[in-house]
Design a protein around this ligand. Structure first.
Ligand code: TEU
Ligand code: CA
Length: 541
């Protein structure tokens, strides 16, 4: 194996900056707030942070609609604040990954303002423009993820433009080489500022089918829990033509070639195609494209040992050069403590097990802010709702605000110490009691278990970068080996809320120092695991 890079097997803590820490008391989190909490982040034993977009934006999609790629939105701070964040993070040996939203811009971006004016300006071909059909309707049947057709009429040009997300997020035309160059120049701006890498938003959406062919119909999307509820027509279509086009691979190479000029930097592509495992493998193949692929597959409602085993194995069997990156939670989906943790009365135990499980899978890992506290999904009332996606599909799909509420820092303070002012989304009542201050003091808290596990993992190369081999086990037990050079570690998890067991010959095994979870016991060649228990053992000859 070639020399390992810092990001291989790294734990990446995802920050949603609007909701992390407010420093100037306007109710919105900001970059100085992140700087103020770097010691906390360090205490989590993570390797890097990925910060969701903080660039200049009208905030229709809370920063995923960018109007200036080279500046910080005043809500979040200034470029000087960002430089300070890099310096302070690097001083603590924390890497910085920033979000790049390349597939679309805001409709307020100067490029789009020019492009929409007429069909002859310099930027006329920078977005995806198409004539109406003879009857005046949209060019084809493509749909927007956020509801309705993916096409919006522009009276000035008397043409439609493509938007895979909000109408305020027009899609750039990557078939145009000038667009590709301009986008790469923006990426380089941040490389020069010293970032360590990028999370590439919706990266398989860069190209569309130039012939604008209709997408075929589909029975139903299985990916419930990601917002593809049955009342969203998006679920009833294959999206073969509006994303994941073959031309994308050449662009992945162009991104890699740029990053290769800045050694040690990493690309993490968010890929949500029809067959995302195959696309991840393809986009990271041959060492000349993306470094890592971010998988959606464990962000769904499926929760079983078999589903996790088959998903991870499925990716392992396809991925060659690239590295997987797994996540159980992010700013788009229901928090894992609500999605997977059952009403068992033992949700803390389950959350601790899930942390250990996620951090034991082969690949890098993204842990979302609040995951370390075992936060549940907040119940946001319709009156407080901010997410346009949720507003459109309420009440069948309540949007993404339930995982975006402010981070609870201090139980004794108003708004849990996030801000002294009314936050942009209310702090959930249940989160007040789960605040950092409360959990710091409690040796048995999710927070302390998280720190303990991630610190412990740092001493095991096998857990960080080793190969993974699954053991066929019956539900609800998930078990696998991780091995790297001389070290082989057995990892077993009980996903269920009752004790469970698996056959285990422990002749050549030594149980590893117990982490603060119920651990298992081997009796008569059988491993007995309590509800949500974990067991780690090292192999020796
Ligand atoms: O999401 C991309 C993506 O694929 C979405 O379909 C995601 O599955 C959806 O939000 C359902 O939960 C990225 C960002 O993560 C998201 O926050 C942005 O809204 C979106 O891109 C547009 O930029
Ligand atoms: Ca603020």
């Amino acid at each position: 194996m070639a020399k390992l890079e810092w990001w291989q097997g790294a734990v990446i803590y995802q920050i949603y900056p609007r909701s992390f820490q407010d420093s100037n008391q306007d109710g919105i989190g900001d970059i100085p707030g992140i700087i103020a909490r770097l010691d906390y982040i360090k205490s989590l034993a993570v390797d890097a942070i990925w910060i969701s977009p903080f660039f200049k934006s009208p905030m229709k999609d809370f920063g995923y609609d960018i109007s200036d790629y080279r500046d910080i939105d005043p809500l979040f701070g200034t470029l000087a604040d960002f430089d300070e964040l890099i310096a302070q993070a690097h001083k603590r040996d924390i890497k910085i990954i920033i979000d790049q939203v390349l597939s679309h811009t805001s409709d307020q971006h100067a490029w789009f303002s020019e492009s929409r004016e007429n069909t002859s300006n310099d930027k006329a071909d920078w977005y995806v423009w198409a004539d109406a059909k003879d009857d005046g309707t949209a060019p084809n049947n493509w749909l927007s993820i956020f509801g309705g057709p993916a096409w919006q009429w522009e009276p000035r040009r008397k043409q439609y433009y493509l938007h895979n997300f909000l109408t305020e997020q027009p899609d750039l035309n990557f078939h145009n080489p000038e667009v590709r160059q301009a986008v790469l120049d923006n990426v380089e701006f941040w490389l020069k500022r010293g970032v360590d890498g990028f999370r590439l938003d919706a990266i398989n959406f860069c190209y569309h089918d130039a012939e604008l062919r209709d997408n075929p119909a589909k029975p139903v999307d299985k990916r419930q829990g990601r917002g593809f509820s049955e009342d969203n027509p998006y679920a009833f279509q294959y999206h073969y033509y509006n994303n994941t086009q073959p031309e994308n691979l050449a662009f992945m190479k162009a991104i890699r070639a740029l990053l290769d000029q800045y050694p040690g930097t990493v690309s993490l592509g968010e890929i949500s195609s029809e067959d995302s495992l195959a696309t991840m493998a393809e986009y990271t193949a041959d060492g000349d494209k993306l470094h890592m692929g971010y998988s959606f597959e464990l962000l769904t409602s499926d929760y079983s040992a078999r589903y996790i085993r088959e998903t991870v194995q499925g990716l392992e069997s396809q991925m060659t050069e690239g590295w997987p990156c797994w996540a159980f939670s992010n700013h788009d989906v229901t928090r894992v403590a609500s999605r997977w943790a059952q009403a068992s009365g033992q949700s803390n135990q389950q959350v601790k097990m899930l942390t250990a499980l996620l951090a034991s899978l082969r690949g890098s890992v993204c842990m979302y802010q609040g995951e370390e506290l075992g936060l549940t999904e907040a119940d946001v009332a319709f009156e407080d709702l901010q997410d346009p996606y949720g507003i459109t599909f309420w009440p069948n799909f309540k949007g993404r605000d339930g995982c975006r509420t402010p981070h609870p820092w201090d139980e004794s303070l108003a708004h849990a110490g996030f801000s002294t002012n009314k936050p942009w989304l209310p702090v959930a009542d249940a989160h007040q009691k789960q605040a950092v201050s409360q959990q710091e003091a409690d040796q048995t808290s999710c927070l302390n278990a998280y720190r303990e596990f991630l610190n412990w993992r740092k001493h095991s190369p096998a857990l960080q970068v080793g190969d993974i081999t699954f053991i066929e086990t019956a539900e609800p037990v998930l078990a696998f080996w991780r091995s790297y050079q001389e070290e082989t570690v057995l990892c077993c998890f009980n996903l269920g809320n009752h004790s469970a067991s698996m056959p285990l010959d422990d002749t050549h095994l030594t149980e590893l120092a117990q982490i603060s979870h119920h651990s298992g016991q081997v009796v008569d060649q059988q491993l007995n695991l309590p509800a949500f228990g974990c067991f780690f053992a090292k192999k020796h000859s």
